[in-house]
Ligand binder design. Structure first.
Ligand SMILES: C[S@@+](CC[C@H](N)C(=O)[O-])C[C@H]1O[C@@H](n2cnc3c(N)ncnc32)[C@H](O)[C@@H]1O
Length: 198
């Protein structure tokens, strides 16, 4: 829990989640999925925009914070906080219009299974956006704090996700329009994977 408290301000509201929601162009009435929702930086934004959000989060502490935060939202009826993970998403097949994961890929214990689960729940043509910030890049504004060995905080052992490997996994799993690359998101260097459901 303590390791997450250090991150609390950026998990409550973050430029990267704002940028991700803009990239996904989530529409009112869509059913969307936030994988590893944390304190709900992305979920709350999507609900405000009129989407119905399934916020999947495996850590009980995070679910408690997000459930409390949900109660403060005018749009709370459109946010569902559920116990799950990338590897086990408690959502019906083909039921999601858009899915995102921000700074969670490096936590996934079984990446292939996570990709398979996202493929199962996303509807054909649905949008997928997976982003992990690259704190190791000296251009990242938080590089000195989270950038790895010798930095003030080693980002709780952040292991950089391999964009090529993720792209290969999604293509093999049958996703369409797969692009996996390093690029800026909200002014932050990141590993970014985009795809569409098959
Ligand atoms: C750095 S936080 C990011 C939270 C949120 N996505 C955000 O952008 O603020 C990482 C989150 O991933 C969650 N997580 C850990 N293991 C996971 C898994 N296997 N699948 C999905 N999320 C996971 C953690 O509980 C935590 O809430």
């Amino acid at each position: 829990m303590l390791r997450y408290l250090r991150w609390a301000p950026s998990m409550w509201r973050s430029e990267i989640n704002t940028a991700v929601l803009e990239m996904l162009a989530v529409q009112p009435g869509e059913r969307v999925l936030d994988v590893g929702a944390g304190m709900g930086a992305g979920s709350v934004l999507a609900a405000r925009g009129g989407a119905t959000v399934v916020a999947v989060e495996p850590t009980p502490f995070m679910r408690r914070v997000l459930s409390g935060r949900r109660l403060l939202q005018r749009d709370r009826s459109r946010i569902e906080v559920v116990d799950g993970s990338a590897e086990e998403i408690p959502v019906a097949d083909d039921s999601i219009d858009a899915v995102w994961a921000v700074n969670t890929m490096h936590h996934w214990v079984d990446v292939q299974r996570g990709v398979g689960e996202i493929g199962r729940v996303i509807r054909p043509g649905g949008r997928v956006l997976l982003v992990d910030e690259d704190f190791h890049d000296p251009a990242h504004p938080d590089h000195d704090r989270f950038g790895g060995e010798g930095s003030a905080d080693d980002h709780h052992g952040f292991t950089m996700v391999d964009a090529d490997a993720m792209g290969t996994l999604l293509s093999a799993a049958g996703f369409g329009d797969v692009v996996a690359a390093k690029r800026d998101v909200g002014g932050r260097p990141a590993i970014v994977v985009t795809a569409t459901g098959a």
